[in-house]
Design a protein around this ligand. Structure first.
Ligand SMILES: Cc1ncc(COP(=O)(O)O)c(C=O)c1O
Length: 389
C-alpha cells in the first residue's frame, strides 16, 4: 500500500460495518472485564500490549493511532504518549540505566537537552554532546559505555542536517542504539527506521495533528523488544494520551500529506523571496541549495517541512519587535506544524557545548501555514518596511 493510501485507510473503524467512518472516541478510565479470570490475567503476557485493559495504558483510539503510525513509519510498533516531549523522555529513559552514557547532538531540542543533563544526570546516566555535523566520525565521540546515540535532523532552531545513516552505522558497530527526533520531516519526508534508526520519535503535536489544538507524541521502534521496553516505561510513568487527542491526531493524519505538500511549496516560495531581500543575512533551510545541509537533505529526505530559521542583518531588537508585532497573518507563537503561519524569535546563542553558535543576538523562526504564499510575502514585505522605519 502506498503512503498516501495508508494515511486514509489505517486506524479506522471496521470498514465494512454499518456505522461511522471514524472510530468513535472511547473515553475510559475503567475497562470492564467479562469475568474474574480475565480481570486477574488482564496484564499477563502480551495482553498488556495488545488488549485494551485500562484507560492509562491505551484506549481503542490510542491503539488505532499507534497502528496507523507504525505502518506509516515503516516500523514494528508504536507507543503513543501524552506529548512530543514525553515521547523524547520515555524513549531515551527506557533504554538507559545508571552508568550508561548518551550522546546527543549539540543542536538538539532544548527541553531534550535539559532532560538528559538534569534528569538523567540525577539517575546516574551521563550525557555528552557532539557536533551535529559529524557523520561516521561520531564513533570518535563514543565511549565503551555509550548506550544511545541520539539524533535530530534538522536541529531545533539552528537547522543543521545530520548524516543519519552514517551515524547509525557507526553507533551499531560499537553496540549502541540510535534514536531520532523526526518531528520536522515527519514520516512522509523521512522514515528514520529505513535509514538505520532503532527508535523514531515524533511530536504528533506538530504536523501530524496539524491544527494547533492538542499535544501528543509517538515513538516507533524497529524491534519488538524496544517496543515493549518503551511501552513498559510509559506505563510505569503513567504517560498516556487522551482518547480525544488520539481521535484528533488521527483526523489530522488524514490530510498530513496534502498539507505538507502545499506548506512545503509555499515555504520554498517565501524562502526564495526572503533570500533575495537586503534585510536578510541568511535563511536556515536545508531545502535551499545555499544551505550547508542541502546535499544530505537531498540525498535522504523526500521533501522539506515548512519551518525555517531566519537571520537578519539588524541587531536592533526594538526594530525587529516593530516588524513582528505589526504582522497581520504571521502570529507570534512557538509550536508549529499547524495550518497557520507563525513567527517566533529566540535570543541567541542558545546552550551549546561543542559547536558555539556565532549568529547573535537573535534568530527568527518562521512557520509557513496554508495561507496563500503571496499574502504571506506581502505581510513580510510590510514588516520589513517597519524594520527600517
Ligand atoms: C523538534 C521537537 N521535538 C519535540 C517537541 C515537543 O513536542 P510537544 O510540544 O508535543 O511536547 C518539539 C516542540 O516544540 C519540537 O520542536
Amino acid at each position: 500500500m502506498k503512503q498516501d493510501t495508508k494515511l486514509i485507510a489505517l486506524g479506522r473503524a471496521p470498514v465494512r460495518a454499518q456505522g461511522p467512518v471514524n472510530l468513535p472516541v472511547h473515553r475510559a478510565s475503567t475497562i470492564l472485564s467479562e469475568h474474574l479470570h480475565g480481570y486477574l490475567h488482564r496484564f499477563d503476557g502480551d495482553n498488556r500490549y495488545d488488549n485494551v485493559t485500562y484507560g492509562a495504558t491505551g484506549t481503542q483510539n490510542a491503539r488505532a493511532l499507534a497502528e496507523a503510525v507504525a505502518a506509516i513509519e515503516g516500523g514494528h510498533r508504536t507507543v503513543v504518549t501524552g506529548s512530543g516531549l514525553s515521547a523524547v523522555t520515555m524513549a531515551i529513559s527506557a533504554v538507559v540505566s545508571a552508568g550508561d552514557h548518551v550522546l546527543v547532538p549539540d543542536s538538539v531540542y532544548g527541553p531534550a537537552r535539559r532532560f538528559c543533563v538534569g534528569v538523567l544526570g540525577r539517575y546516574g546516566v551521563r550525557t555528552s554532546f557532539y557536533d551535529p555535523g559529524m557523520g561516521a566520525d561520531v564513533a570518535r565521540a563514543m565511549r565503551d559505555d555509550t548506550r544511545l546515540v541520539y539524533t535530530e535532523a534538522p536541529g531545533s532552531l539552528t537547522f543543521e542536517m545530520q548524516d543519519v545513516p552514517a551515524i547509525a552505522r557507526a553507533a551499531h558497530e560499537r553496540g549502541a542504539l540510535v534514536a531520532m527526533d523526526n518531528t520536522w520531516a515527519t514520516p512522509i519526508y523521512f522514515r528514520p527506521i529505513e535509514h538505520g534508526v532503532d527508535i523514531s520519535i515524533q511530536a504528533g503535536t506538530k504536523y501530524l495533528a496539524g491544527h494547533s489544538d492538542l499535544v501528543i507524541g509517538m515513538i516507533t521502534t524497529a524491534t519488538d523488544a524496544l517496543f515493549r521496553a518503551i511501552a513498559d516505561q510509559a506505563h510505569a510513568f503513567g504517560d498516556a494520551a487522551s482518547p480525544d487527542d488520539c481521535f484528533l491526531a488521527l483526523r489530522g493524519m488524514r490530510s498530513l500529506s496534502v498539507r505538507l505538500e502545499r506548506q512545503s511549496a509555499s515555504a520554498l516560495k517565501v524562502v526564495r523571496w526572503l533570500e533575495a531581500r537586503p534585510e536578510v543575512k541568511r535563511v536556515l533551510y536545508p531545502a535551499l541549495e545555499s544551505d550547508p545541509g542541502h546535499a544530505l537533505w537531498k540525498r535522504d529526505f523526500a521533501g522539506a517541512a515548512s519551518l525555517f530559521g531566519l537571520a537578519l542583518h539588524t541587531t536592533d531588537e526594538a526594530a525587529v519587535a516593530r516588524m513582528v508585532d505589526g504582522l497581520d497573518l504571521f502570529r507570534i507563537g512557538s509550536s508549529w506544524g499547524g495550518y497557520e503561519s507563525l513567527i517566533a524569535c529566540n535570543r541567541m546563542p542558545i546552550a551549546r557545548d561543542v559547536v558555539p553558535w556565532t549568529e547573535t543576538p537573535f534568530l527568527l523562526r518562521v512557520h509557513i501555514g496554508l495561507e496563500d504564499p503571496d499574502d504571506l510575502i506581502t505581510d513580510l514585505e510590510e514588516g520589513f518596511a517597519r524594520l527600517g522605519a
